[in-house]
Write a protein that binds this ligand. Structure first.
Ligand code: ADP
Ligand code: MG
Length: 727
């Protein structure tokens, strides 16, 4: 390999890499002992809180009872002592602003005692509410800067934890972030609200099925996170990775992912060390990490925890991303959670496995063994189908981002068309229910609700239909269109709320039909399921979602295909969305409008930063390399001519043409960036999508062609080959 001195140095740094920290020892401290050791868990609370206080707190956590403020002082004192024993000096209210990241402001426990000394203090009031000066977070017009007050409020249902740094530790308290007027400014608040809505409606169904003891129903989520790891030396040598988390230039490497030799392959030594360290940190924080493996693209990996209730899973997912990024540094690598860091190889997604469950009835999307259980399962399953069918534009909108636009529909991830995979057996069951009782299909086998046992549903091996955006996998659904870099809050809020609405509709129907008589339930369920599936089965598709045929068929079925973020986001403020979210008190019209505005702004900013970087790299990195090479070729040509040799100018001509193309396309991109004066944010976003992005691609086209001809020792940017294969 030739390469510039900088690139060669980076390569040498990788090949000579030595771990800087001492090895971990799981024999000394087994993971079972580590697990949750930094969490202020139920167990810790039970042992440290007075019995009565613990009981009341537990009612809030497990049953959604209102929190009594008098409890807070006692809890705060216990939490502080526990945290200080673990080396904590500060506490922070961790919150989740609409940027999709995690935010925190740290405060010390120390309080001057008025006599020249200090005491450690942490009151109930400080535990319950914080007031970060968070005026710089986007609020989408909800908060003007002059009334910038936003409050963080303790989320009792997500446990506090101690976050370690080698030089100290911080007591971290998950919180919701709301405005002075109580409007949601964050990702967590609507998750909590939507879980309440879901609980209420799911219980009505369970009551209809005659359950006497019904505990709080929650949605459960198990998110699988895909990510890339590359050496930090390469990362820092690429302004695009450093600033945009994805490469804006880079010719395809001679070898890509075509051999499928990376998928599930042996994990490289340094990467495995990194994974073990991540897992260890996450175990301490009570995040139940379960699986790790290589993914499809070279340099791509996956980490997945065991599922938890949606709210906790969402917070833990944020922690997973934080830990991945910080621990990677320790091993001399950069972790990329961007959806498409490298063109030409697979991007990264975050499959969100999803179900409904409670402590008394268990997983509500598990078919069960008796006809009665099966009938109940079918009602919940049909509620999900109805929810996805009714609100598919919303499901599409909450996975929309500049990064995810590169993935969805690119034959590596589901298309932007939201449909459901049920598998053959369950589809057949619903088909029978649909036909049941109709005159035309008297001969068809029909399933009698409450009498027949369902055929055994095969558990999806996970890979059976990777092309579906929303797949039933035997006892849960898997939403596969979610983006690697996003919070899972948005998708969960839509699923919770849309399913709550369906359950509400179904419960109302069944309550009316049975009028309190359980004997009428089976017939009522049969009728309701038939009606529901007849209205909504156009959203079910078990075939290959990647094919052109499906795109055509989906169109004839009337399923929307919103290909870009700009097309997808307006659904957030559609009539259907506003009415859904306000009915269940999850998000008001104003909150929805503010969200839409913030996400559009994020889209515009992302594209703008990428475009600026494209111009910069084109002009200051690629162009200079190209003209130097052009100069060398020209000089050789002139010299040879003087000696009366002929010189084949093909390469020189080609380079000259590409340099011209690079210059012109860069100038055009710059012109498009300079433009101003679109009246509204949606128009601006459309401009970014339909004008700026294609212009960026044009510049890239010339840049990548130049990479393939310019002498390697003049080429400064680390290549795809180096970044993806040198580990
Ligand atoms: P695959 O790669 O085959 O899709 P993984 O084992 O990587 O499967 O991930 C499956 C995820 O689904 C895990 O996070 C698992 O905990 C989660 N999961 C399993 N059951 C449920 C459930 N009832 N609700 C939510 N998530 C679940
Ligand atoms: Mg999966």
């Amino acid at each position: 390999m030739s390469g510039t001195p900088e690139r060669l140095e980076a390569i040498a740094a990788v090949t000579k890499y030595q771990p800087s920290s001492s090895p971990l020892n799981f024999v000394e401290t087994p993971s079972s002992e580590l697990f949750g050791s930094n969490v202020f868990s139920m167990k810790v609370m039970k042992s440290r809180l007075p019995k009565e206080i613990f009981k009341r707190l537990r009612e809030t956590i497990e049953q959604g009872a209102k929190l009594d403020p008098s409890v807070a002082d006692v809890v705060a004192a216990a939490m502080k002592d526990w945290a200080i024993e673990r080396g904590a000096t500060h506490y922070t209210h961790v919150f989740y602003p609409l940027t999709g990241s995690t935010a925190e402001k740290h405060d010390s426990f120390l309080q001057p005692d008025g006599q020249g000394g200090v005491i450690n203090e942490f009151s109930g009031a400080q535990l319950i509410q914080g007031e970060p000066d968070a005026s710089s977070f986007p609020s989408g017009g909800i908060r003007q800067t002059f009334e910038a007050r936003g409050y963080t409020a303790w989320d009792v249902t997500s446990p506090a934890y101690v976050y370690e740094n080698r030089n100290g530790a911080t007591l971290s308290i998950p919180t919701a972030f709301v405005s002075w007027t109580g409007e949601a400014l964050d990702k967590k608040t609507p998750v909590l609200r939507s879980m309440q809505a879901l609980d209420k409606q799911a219980r009505r169904i369970l009551e209809l099925f005659g359950h006497s003891e019904i505990s709080m129903v929650s949605s459960t989520a198990g998110p699988e996170q895909e990510y890339f790891l590359i050496d930090r030396n390469f990362y820092f040598a690429r302004p695009d990775l450093l600033n945009a988390d994805r490469t804006l230039f880079g010719a395809p490497p001679p070898k890509g992912q075509e051999f499928d030799d990376h998928y599930f392959g042996a994990i490289p030594e340094r990467v495995l060390s990194f994974m073990l360290d991540c897992e260890r940190e996450l175990f301490k924080l009570g995040v139940p990490i379960k699986t790790r493996h290589n993914e499809v693209a070279p340099g791509q990996y996956e980490i997945a925890p065991v599922f938890e209730t949606s709210n906790v899973a969402t917070d833990h997912q944020q922690l997973i991303m934080t830990i991945l990024r910080t621990v990677a540094e320790k091993y001399g690598m950069a972790c990329l959670t961007h959806e498409k860091p490298f063109a030409g190889v697979n991007g990264s997604g975050k499959h969100v496995n999803f179900s409904l469950a409670n402590a008394t009835q268990g997983n509500l999307l598990d078919p069960g063994d008796t006809p009665h259980e099966n009938a109940q399962f079918l009602v919940f399953c049909a509620a999900v189908i109805r929810a996805v069918s009714t609100h598919s534009p919303l499901l599409r909108a909450v996975v929309a981002s500049a990064g995810n636009d590169h993935r969805l529909g690119a034959n590596e991830a589901p298309p932007a068309i939201i449909s459901i995979f049920l598998g053959d057996v369950l589809s057949e069951v619903f088909e029978q229910i649909k036909k049941g009782g109709t005159k035309t299909s008297r001969k068809a086998r029909t399933l009698k609700i409450g009498a027949d046992v369902l055929p055994t549903l095969p558990m999806d091996s996970g890979d059976r239909n990777r092309t579906s955006p929303f797949a039933f996998t035997g006892n849960r659904f898997e939403f596969r269109a979610v983006a690697a870099n996003q919070s899972i809050a948005g998708p969960l809020v839509v699923m919770n709320t849309a399913i709550a609405e369906s359950l509400d509709f179904m419960a109302t129907n069944l309550e009316k039909a049975t009028k309190g008589d359980p004997k009428k339930l089976n017939a009522a369920v049969q009728k309701l399921l038939k009606q529901t599936i007849s209205e909504h089965d156009h959203v079910i598709f078990n075939g290959d979602n990647y094919t052109e045929d499906w795109h055509e068929e989906a169109e004839s079925r009337g399923l929307p295909n919103l290909k870009t973020t700009v097309e997808a986001l307006p659904a957030l403020t559609s009539r259907a969305s506003v009415s859904l979210f306000s009915k269940y008190k999850v998000l008001t019209k104003r909150e929805l409008e503010s969200r839409q505005e913030i996400y559009l702004e994020q889209y515009i900013n992302t594209v703008r930063v990428e475009a600026n970087l494209t111009v910069e790299i084109s002009r200051t990195v690629i162009f200079p390399a190209a003209v130097r090479y052009q100069g060398e070729l020209a000089a050789t040509c002139a010299n040879l001519k003087q000696l009366n040799y002929t010189f084949d100018t093909d390469t020189l001509d080609h380079v000259t043409e590409l340099v011209k193309g690079l210059q012109d396309s860069t100038a055009e991109l710059n012109r498009l960036l300079d433009h101003e004066g679109h009246r509204n944010i949606l128009a601006e976003a459309k401009h970014a999508c339909s004008k700026v992005l294609p212009a960026m691609l044009k510049v890239r086209e010339y840049g990548d062609k130049l990479e393939n001809v310019v002498a390697d020792d003049l080429w400064q940017l680390p290549t795809y080959q180096e970044m993806l294969f040198i580990k």
